[in-house]
Write a protein that binds this ligand. Structure first.
Ligand code: C5P
Length: 223
């Protein structure tokens, strides 16, 4: 289905199914999927490797300025994140990176660089983009904006199954506490907090499969 330049934003809390839905939606539309969380994760990975003090906002911003975060197109059309040219799409999924990404996410200097990079990508190609601030800050003029949400227990369960399937050892109670903590931090930071854009449509994915959620969104899109 040929489409003119198109930006679709999906914001929402962790585990709501945004990334799987965004990927499947992008595939159906034949456009790219932009995983903005992967960018904050990649910078966090670099800072952790360097043993930096992640709470030092100036140092983290300086690090971001000296870092190249990009995406490499894979044969299946998906985009793998690269950190200074290295494919780190697996390394950024560890619990350590997940639980430390909030430092980069709350640093204003880092956010403004990320926003600029994301806009440049979205200008160059049609994208389904997922994150926390895509409809509210990065692509305020996006043609379609969605806020993807799900019941917290369902979000915890999904993340648990994902990690188990990836061969990781997970403590369910700890995962639940970490997710609630991450939600609080995402909702409450001063810059780019998670919130629904006034013109976004809420899609509740509770009890829906990925394909079911994509169908729901596709019905709301007119190309
Ligand atoms: O989406 P994902 O869970 O991979 O994002 C990891 C973290 O990056 C989130 O918890 C959030 O703090 C941050 N993030 C952000 N803005 C975005 C995407 C992600 O602050 N646009």
């Amino acid at each position: 289905m040929p489409v003119k330049h198109l930006v679709i934003t999906l914001d929402g809390p962790a585990g709501a199914g945004k990334s799987t839905v965004a990927k499947a939606l992008a595939k159906r539309l034949g456009i790219s999927y932009l995983d903005t969380g992967a960018m904050y994760r990649a910078l966090t990975l670099k800072a952790l490797r360097l043993n930096m003090d992640l709470s030092d906002e100036e140092a983290l911003t300086e690090l971001a300025r000296r870092t190249r975060i990009d995406f490499k197109e894979m044969p299946d059309g998906s985009l793998n994140v690269t950190l200074d040219g290295e494919d780190v799409s697996m390394e950024i999924r560890t619990i350590e990176v997940t639980n430390n990404t909030h430092y980069a996410a709350k640093t204003p200097g880092v956010r403004s660089l990320m926003v600029a990079w994301q806009r440049a990508i979205g200008l160059a190609r049609s994208v389904v983009t997922d994150g926390r601030d895509q409809g509210t800050v990065v692509f305020t003029d996006a043609r379609y904006k969605f806020y993807v949400d799900a019941d917290v227990e369902e979000r915890v369960g999904r993340r648990y199954r994902e990690l188990i399937a990836a061969g990781k050892q997970v403590d369910l109670e700890q995962l639940r506490a970490d997710m609630k903590d991450r939600d609080q931090k995402d909702f409450n930071r001063a810059v780019g907090p998670l919130k629904k854009a006034p013109d976004a449509v809420t899609v509740d994915s509770t009890g829906l499969t990925v394909e079911g959620t994509v169908d729901k969104i596709m019905r709301l899109i007119q190309l």
